[in-house]
Design a protein around this ligand. Sequence first.
Ligand code: ZN
Length: 137
Amino acid sequence: MRVVMKEIEVSTTQRLELIDITRNIEKIVENSGISKGLVHVFVPHATAAIIANENEAGLLEDYINLIKEIFKPGGPWKHNRIDDNAHAHLAAGLIGASRSFPIVNGRLVRGTWQNIFLLELDGPRSRRKVVVTIIGE
Ligand code: ZN
């Protein structure tokens, strides 16, 4: 079994934003030399998350609106007394900092309508890291 780790950096331009990182992750898998295993995609941040879904403009806006509706930026959260980003911590914690995908025949397996996104919840940030760990043979 082998383990390959890579890190990529993404910059974001909005407070809430979805950045498609599918090609970056697929390239890392293709160059890893691992043909069968798993790829784990992780953001080492308390105010960002990883999701997999369709890259369709309307749906991306729906996600942002849903997050605003549920997690209420600027809402009466206690964390907003010290740092105006409680919504970002709450959403990141519940949505999750990572997703994993199978690797078969050297390629990342995903549905046609499953792109991989970094979800920015407290941007803009010049450097968001994504840690990619590939385990397999
Ligand atoms: Zn905070």
